[in-house]
Ligand binder design. Structure first.
Ligand SMILES: C[S@@+](CC[C@H](N)C(=O)[O-])C[C@H]1O[C@@H](n2cnc3c(N)ncnc32)[C@H](O)[C@@H]1O
Length: 360
């Protein structure tokens, strides 16, 4: 996925084996010091508008209260909270984008209430505890970047008992898909002879190894390629989940195929949910292929070989997500699965190394 969008490259600064956590964090925070990634996030109106709506719908709980924005970036969520009536917002941001956040806060005349603090949330000292934590911490497949650990740290250190966390819940889903594009790419090598008189069909196996590797591919899944209702395999309650529990997030799934097709991948995506004090229903930010596209797209896990299904064929198994041994900010996804009567298969996927060098 070398030709992926700048966003992924920027958000996925990685280290090789053995590089320590400090170096990993430096690369990670450097990736947030450029404008491109903030442009992409702010321009994602599903993301930004859902946070805005959620903050305004919770204005009863925010008005007159103290808020902590974990990883404030440009300060957009902090300013939403000030606009919703917060008495004070601590906008904590580790990287140099904090300087732009300070300017934006001034430009919006909220510097009396929004205080931008440059530093990691794990190291800064706040003068008081807070009633509300807001944070946009989600990475690809939810857990890439491991920023949720920082939110949990902030919760345990700075949130008053009974405080509000926005969002307060996250859920992970999986569904089998049939992606015709990759099969067409493999078949392409059989067509070369007709075009040029040179038989390149032996490239097909090599192409399969290159394309259907163990990378987590971040791309948009077309609705028509989804082969069953998605199955939820994990749920995280942000009020109670612990860093220890995040070391492996796993769950079982059962999907029944809509019809005849060849399963050649799984699609993993997430939702996060905001409670809404003034509405009976909560607000959901969804990255489902059935919902409007976000910059997170979907995580696609290609199987080595397609498996045929017919209507109601059961595709079931277990998904485990855990940080890579090489870099704790890189997520791995292991899937054990069976399709119909076939024997159990396993494959482990990881986010490829997009380095800072590949930034535009
Ligand atoms: C996904 S961005 C969200 C930025 C902004 N809140 C928004 O919604 O546009 C996450 C931000 O959190 C910052 N960040 C990540 N971990 C942090 C930590 N432990 N302490 C402080 N900032 C952190 C990153 O540098 C990045 O700017």
């Amino acid at each position: 996925m070398g030709a992926e969008s700048s966003h992924k490259q920027l958000r996925s600064a990685s280290c090789s084996v053995g590089e320590d956590k400090t170096r990993q964090d430096t690369l990670y925070f450097d990736s947030y010091s450029d404008v491109t990634i903030h442009e992409e996030m702010i321009a994602d109106n599903v993301r930004t508008n859902t946070y805005r709506t959620a903050i305004f719908r919770n204005s009863e709980s925010i008005r007159g209260k103290v808020v902590l924005d974990v990883g404030a970036g440009t300060g957009v969520l902090s300013i939403f909270c000030a606009q919703a009536g917060a008495k004070k917002v601590y906008a904590v941001e580790a990287c140099s984008i904090a300087e732009q956040a300070m300017e934006i806060v001034k430009q919006n005349n909220v510097e009396d209430r929004v205080e931008v603090i440059r530093g990691t949330v794990e190291t800064v000292e706040l003068p008081e505890k807070v009633e509300v934590i807001v944070s946009e911490w989600m990475g690809y497949a939810l857990l890439h970047e491991s920023m949720l650990n920082s939110v949990l740290y902030a919760r345990d250190r700075w949130l008053k008992a009974g405080g509000l966390i926005l969002p307060s819940r996250a859920e992970l889903y999986i569904t089998p898909i049939s992606d015709p594009v990759v099969e067409d790419r493999l078949y392409f090598w059989y067509t070369v002879k007709d075009q040029y008189g040179v038989d390149m069909s032996c490239m097909s196996d090599f192409a399969r190894r290159c394309i259907k590797n163990s990378d987590i591919t971040v791309s948009t899944v077309a609705v028509e390629d989804v082969l069953s209702h998605p199955a939820r395999f994990a749920e995280l309650d942000l009020h109670s989940v612990t860093a220890e529990e995040l070391r492996t997030v796993k769950g079982r799934f059962r999907c029944e195929s809509f019809g005849s097709a060849a399963v050649n991948a799984f699609c993993v995506y997430f939702t996060v949910t905001f409670p809404c004090s003034d509405k009976p229903q909560s607000l959901v930010l969804s990255t489902s292929p059935f919902k409007p596209e976000t910059h997170w797209k979907q995580a696609v896990l290609y199987l080595d070989f397609p498996v045929e299904v017919v209507q109601d064929t059961l595709v079931s198994g277990e998904v485990s997500m855990f940080p890579s041994e090489d870099s704790s900010r890189h997520i791995c996804i292991h899937v054990d699965y069976t399709v119909g009567e076939k024997k159990i298969q396993s494959k482990t996927f990881s986010i490829p190394d997009w380095t800072a060098d590949s930034q535009p």
